[in-house]
Design a protein around this ligand. Structure first.
Ligand code: PLP
Length: 377
C-alpha cells in the first residue's frame, strides 16, 4: 500500500544530506571536539560552522546559538530566567506547546504568579492581550511564534515592543520550533532574548535542539561540567546531531523557498472550512504547514485511525499530547467541545505534493461521511 505521511509537525523524515552528515561524523570525524589534536580541532570548527548555519536562518550571530538535546530542553531551561524568590510574574499564552506550558505550571506550583493569555477566536495571540497581562513586575514572557496546532503566526515583534514599553527588563522568549526554516525569521527584528528550535521538524535527527541566546544576555548554564559551548551547556557535544541539524536546516530552508504550503492548506480550507459539520481552526497569517480540522460530533482518534487504515498518516494535535489529550489550545480559542473532540491535525513538508493533499482530503471526506452514516451523527 502506498503511504502518505501528513504528520510533519510531529516529525519529518531525515533528509539525505542530514543522514550523510551524521554518518560522516559518526564514522569519519568521530573525534571529541574538546581534544587537543588537529582532527579534533577541525570538528570544533565544524560545530562553529554549524552554529553559523542555524544562526543565519534566524538572523543571529553564530555564538548566540547553544545546541541542546531538543526544543523541550530549550523551552524548559528558559524558565530559569523566570521569577526568582517569587519576585516578578510570568506571562505565557494559552496556545503554548506543552514544554512551555508545563514549565510555567511548575513555576506556578512553587508559588509564582503565572498569567495566561488567551488567543483570539482565530488562534492569534494579540499584543493588546499580552500587554494587558503584563505590568512593571513582569520578569518573563513567552509567546509561541507559529502554533504547532493551527499554524497561526503570532506577531512577536509587536508583542515584544508592547511588553518592553511596560516592563523594559522583562525577558522575552519565543518558541520558534514550527516557524524555523518555514517562514522568514529575524530574531533581532522580533526583539526576543531567547528563541527555541528543533532539528527533527526540518529534516534533522530527533534529539537535537538549539536555543538562541541574545548577545550580552546573561543566562545561567544549562548543565555544569566540562565547560563545553563556552560553559553555557556542558557535556560532549552531540556532533552527529549538530552537523546533521545544520545540513538539514540549509536544505530545508532552500526547499521551503519554492514550496507553497498555503496552497496545500487551502485545499482543506476550501473543502472543510465552511458548513455546519466541520470547521478549520486557526486563521491568518498562517505558515500553511499545518491545518487543524474539527468534525462536529465525531472523534479525532477514530478519524485518524481510519485514515491510517488507508495508509494516510495524520496527527491529532501535538504528538506529545496525543495520549493525554486536553483541548487546552482549541478550548482557549473557543472551539466548542463537540467540535474539539473531532479534531485532526494535518501537516506538510516541502516533500508533500498536491496529489498527496487531494488524496488525503478525499479520504477525509469519505471517512467522515461514512462515520456519520454509521453513527447517525
Ligand atoms: N515546541 C513546539 C512548538 C513543538 O511543535 C515541539 C514538538 O512537537 C516542541 C516544542 C518540542 O520539540 P522537541 O521534540 O525537539 O523536544
Amino acid at each position: 500500500m502506498k503511504t502518505i505521511y501528513l504528520d510533519n509537525a510531529a516529525t519529518t523524515r531525515v533528509l539525505q544530506t542530514a543522514a550523510d552528515a551524521m554518518l560522516e561524523y559518526a564514522r569519519g570525524k568521530y573525534y571529541n571536539p574538546s581534544a587537543g589534536y588537529r582532527a579534533a580541532l577541525e570538528v570544533r570548527h565544524d560545530i562553529a560552522d554549524a552554529a553559523g548555519v542555524i544562526a543565519s536562518v534566524i538572523g543571529a550571530d553564530p555564538h548566540e546559538i547553544v545546541f541542546t538535546s531538543c526544543a523541550t530542553e530549550s523551552n524548559n531551561h528558559v524558565f530559569s530566567c523566570g521569577v526568582k524568590n517569587k519576585k516578578g510574574n510570568v506571562v505565557i499564552s494559552a496556545v503554548e506547546h506543552a514544554s512551555v506550558y508545563e514549565s510555567a505550571m511548575r513555576l506556578k506550583s512553587k508559588g509564582a504568579d503565572v498569567r495566561i493569555v488567551d488567543p483570539d477566536p482565530n488562534g492569534r495571540v494579540t499584543a493588546e492581550k499580552v500587554a494587558a497581562a503584563v505590568d512593571e513586575n513582569t520578569a518573563f514572557v513567552s509567546v509561541i511564534h507559529c502554533s504547532n496546532e493551527t499554524g497561526v503566526i503570532n506577531d512577536i515583534a509587536v508583542i515584544s515592543s508592547a511588553v518592553k514599553a511596560i516592563a523594559p527588563k522583562a525577558v522575552i522568549h519565543s518558541d520558534g520550533v514550527q516557524a524555523f526554516c518555514k517562514i522568514p525569521v529575524n530574531v533581532k527584528a522580533l526583539g526576543v532574548d531567547l528563541y527555541s528550535m528543533s532539528a527533527h521538524k526540518v529534516g534533522g535527527m530527533k534529539g537535537t535542539g538549539a536555543l538562541y541566546i541574545r548577545n550580552g544576555f546573561n543566562m545561567q548554564p544549562f548543565i555544569a561540567g566540562g565547560g563545553q559551548q563556552d560553559g553555557r551547556r556542558s557535556g560532549t557535544e552531540n556532533v552527529c546531531g549538530i552537523m546533521s541539524f545544520a545540513a538539514a536546516a540549509a536544505a530545508y530552508r532552500n526547499a521551503a523557498r519554492s514550496f507553497d504550503a498555503n496552497a496545500l492548506r487551502n485545499i482543506f480550507v476550501e473543502r472543510f472550512g465552511s458548513g455546519e459539520l466541520s470547521r478549520i481552526n486557526g486563521g491568518s497569517p498562517n505558515s500553511g504547514y499545518i491545518v487543524s480540522i474539527s468534525f462536529r460530533g465525531l472523534k479525532g482518534e477514530i478519524i485518524a485511525h481510519e485514515m491510517d487504515d488507508r495508509g494516510i498518516m495524520i496527527g491529532l494535535g501535538s504528538a506529545c499530547s496525543t495520549h493525554i489529550r486536553s483541548n487546552r489550545v482549541l478550548g482557549s480559542m473557543g472551539v466548542p467541545k463537540e467540535f474539539a473532540e473531532g479534531s485532526v491535525r494535518i501537516s506538510f513538508s516541502p516533500r508533500t505534493t498536491e496529489d498527496d493533499a487531494r488524496t488525503a482530503a478525499d479520504a477525509l471526506d469519505e471517512i467522515t461521511k461514512d462515520l456519520r452514516q454509521r453513527t447517525g451523527r
